[in-house]
Each structure stands twice: as structure tokens, then as C-alpha cells.
Design a protein around this ligand. Structure first.
Ligand SMILES: [Zn+2]
Length: 201
């Protein structure tokens, strides 16, 4: 999916309807920064906004995802291509999410095993210390790998404007989080809040 082409097409269609970014944003109950972000090719509208957006711009969702007004003859072909692209993107994200969980579980098991060995086996002190150091290294590496996979799996949804975005690794690691939410700053509206993690668009 070509985000910059889609962005230009949104801008074109908006101007053709004589709407400013602000007017379009108001009708969708989102911030004008979000519209500006789409038009710059820095993100796609989330699925729940696609229909109302297309209605306002008087285009179809298929036109929107193709980034151009489609002719009758290649409409079907494009529709299938767009659908496959969306599905593939979602499947890749699910795969990363599963890998991230597996990675986390393996890390926890390995660290527990190392700590148990170090605590309960009759070993010389230096071997115990070495095992504990190895446990710490495994924990750091494993959690790092799991986090790297998870940060790429899906998107975070801004609670203020509904924009979906992928946070930077630094923001992700620093952000206070619960199981499904993480405190992040939205790149579209600039507000900070507890953003919900979503695997699919
Ligand atoms: Zn926002």
C-alpha cells in the first residue's frame, strides 16, 4: 500500500470538495493534524474512519486504498489486491506477536532454570556466580528481543484522536504500561495518554 500516493489522493479529493483540512477533520471528529498526517503519507486512516471519510470525499474505499479514482474495468482486480495487502499486513503482525510471546516464555523458563541450578546444586561459588550472571544476561537479551518484536507488531491507538502509530523503540521502552496499554505521545495530536495496543488496523 502506497501511503504517500494515498495521502496525495486524499488531499486532491478534499480540495475537489472545497474542504479545508480543518473542515474535514471537524466532520470526522478528529484533529486537523491527523488529516495533515494522512496527506503527508505518514499514516493511513484507521478502518472505522474509512467509510465516513470516503463518504465525505465522495470516493470509494477501494479508490482510497488504491490512491486514485479507479476505472470500472480494473475496479475488481484492484479491490482484490487491496484486500490481500491489508490481510497480509495483519497476518505479519500476528506472527510477530506470537513470536514475541514465545520469546518471552522461553526467557522466563531459561532464567528460572539458571537461578534454580545456581541455588540448589552443590557447586563452587564461582560457578554459582557465573550461572547468575548468565541468568541476568539471558533475561536482558530475551526481554529485549521480545520487546523489539512486539513494538513492530501492530499499532498503538491514540485515546484522544484515534490515530494509529508505531512508537520508537526508546519511547516504547520508557513508557509506563499495563498489559494492553502503554503511555505514549501521539505523533498526530501531540497529546500523551494510555494508548491501546492493536494488532490489526
Ligand atoms: Zn492523537
Amino acid at each position: 500500500m502506497d501511503q504517500s500516493k494515498i495521502g496525495k489522493f486524499i488531499a486532491e479529493s478534499r480540495r475537489a470538495r472545497n474542504l479545508t483540512q480543518r473542515q474535514l477533520a471537524e466532520q470526522l471528529s478528529i484533529s486537523d493534524k491527523t488529516v495533515s498526517k494522512w496527506e503527508c503519507g505518514k499514516g493511513l486512516p484507521e478502518v472505522s474512519l474509512m467509510l465516513p471519510l470516503c463518504e465525505l470525499l465522495q470516493i470509494t474505499v477501494n479508490d482510497l486504498l488504491s490512491g486514485e479514482k479507479l476505472a470500472e474495468e480494473n475496479y475488481r482486480e484492484k479491490a482484490e489486491e487491496n484486500l490481500m495487502n491489508l490481510m497480509q499486513e495483519n497476518a505479519e503482525n500476528k506472527e510477530r506477536m506470537v513470536l514475541s510471546v514465545i520469546c518471552g516464555v522461553i526467557t522466563v523458563i531459561a532464567v528460572c532454570a539458571l537461578v534454580m541450578l545456581a541455588s540448589y546444586l552443590p557447586l563452587p561459588v564461582w560457578v554459582r556466580v557465573a550461572l547468575l550472571v548468565l541468568a541476568v544476561v539471558t533475561a536482558v537479551a530475551g526481554i529485549g528481543a521480545a520487546a523489539r518484536l512486539e513494538v513492530k507488531a501492530g499499532y498503538y491507538e491514540c485515546p484522544h484522536c484515534g490515530t494509529l502509530f508505531v512508537p520508537t523503540m526508546a519511547a516504547y521502552v520508557k513508557g509506563y504500561h499495563t498489559f494492553t496499554r502503554r503511555r505514549l505521545t501521539c505523533p498526530a495530536c501531540g497529546k500523551t495518554g494510555m494508548c491501546r495496543h492493536r494488532i490489526t488496523r
